[in-house]
Design a protein around this ligand. Structure first.
Ligand code: PLP
Length: 216
C-alpha cells in the first residue's frame, strides 16, 4: 500500500478526538509530501537538525512535533517554529526552552515525559519527580512555556497485558495531575505496534511512523 493509503486507513480507525502525529524521522521530504497531499498536517521528528531541514523545505501550515530526546544546545534551532515538544524530562531543559521561546516572542507547548516502561534506558520522570517539578518556584516563573500534558512509551514487548498496565498507569497519573493543572489536555501515548491499546486506555495523541511510511 502507498503512504497515502496507509495514512487514510489508519485515520478511519482513529476516534475523532485523537490526534495523529505522523512520525517521519529518517524519511525523505518526498515521502512526507505524499502524506501532506493526503491531508496530514502534523509531523513528528526525533532529531532537531533533521526536523529543521524539513521545516525549511516544506509548506508552512505543517505543525512540527519534536518527539525525541532533546539536547539543550539545539533547542534554539527549533524554537522559532516547533509546535509541540513531547519529550521534556527536566527543569533544566524547560528553562532552556523557555529562554529560547522568549527570544522568539513565543509560548512553546510542551509535554512532560513520564517513565512508565520497565527498561531503564527510556527517558522520563517518575511521578514524584513530576510533582516536584510542577511545584517548584522556578517552574512557576517560566512564562514562555506551557505544559499541556504528558507523554510516555510502554516497554518494548509482545506482552499486551504489561503494555496495557503501563498505559493505564500513565493515564491515572494524567488524571491526577489534570485536576490541578487545567492546561493538561494532551496524553501522548501509542505507536504503530500499540496505538489501539493506547487509545483504549485514554490516549489523545498517537505517534505513528512505520505503519504509515514503512520500516526504517
Ligand atoms: C520512532 C518513534 C515513534 C514511532 O514509532 P513507530 O513504531 O514507527 O510507529 C513514536 N514515538 C517515538 C518517541 C519515536 O521515537
Amino acid at each position: 500500500m502507498s503512504i497515502s493509503e496507509n495514512l487514510l486507513s489508519i485515520k478511519t480507525t482513529l476516534p475523532s478526538l485523537v490526534t495523529l502525529v505522523a512520525v517521519s524521522k529518517t524519511k525523505p521530504v518526498s515521502d512526507l509530501m505524499q502524506a501532506y497531499e493526503a491531508g496530514q498536517r502534523v509531523f513528528g521528528e526525533n532529531k532537531i537538525q533533521e526536523m529543521t531541514e524539513k521545516w525549511e523545505q516544506m509548506p508552512k501550515d505543517i505543525q512540527w512535533h519534536m518527539i525525541g530526546h532533546i539536547q539543550s544546545n539545539k533547542v534554539k534551532y527549533m524554537a522559532p517554529y516547533v509546535s509541540l515538544i513531547h519529550g521534556v524530562d527536566s527543569l533544566k531543559l524547560l528553562e532552556e526552552i523557555n529562554k529560547q521561546a522568549q527570544k522568539n516572542n513565543r509560548v512553546i507547548d510542551c509535554l512532560l515525559q513520564l517513565h512508565i516502561a520497565e527498561e531503564e534506558t527510556k527517558f522520563g520522570l517518575n511521578e514524584e519527580e513530576l510533582n516536584e517539578l510542577l511545584q517548584s518556584d522556578i517552574f512557576k516563573n517560566l512564562r514562555n512555556i506551557k505544559i499541556v500534558g504528558l507523554m510516555g512509551m510502554a516497554t518494548f514487548t509482545e506482552n499486551q497485558t504489561q503494555i496495557k498496565k503501563e498505559f493505564q498507569h500513565l493515564k491515572a497519573i494524567f488524571d491526577t495531575f489534570k485536576i490541578q493543572n487545567s492546561s493538561f489536555n494532551i496524553l501522548s501515548m501509542g505507536m504503530s505496534g500499540d496505538y489501539q491499546l493506547a487509545i483504549e486506555c485514554g490516549s489523545t495523541m498517537v505517534r505513528i511512523g512505520s505503519s504509515i511510511f514503512g520500516t526504517r
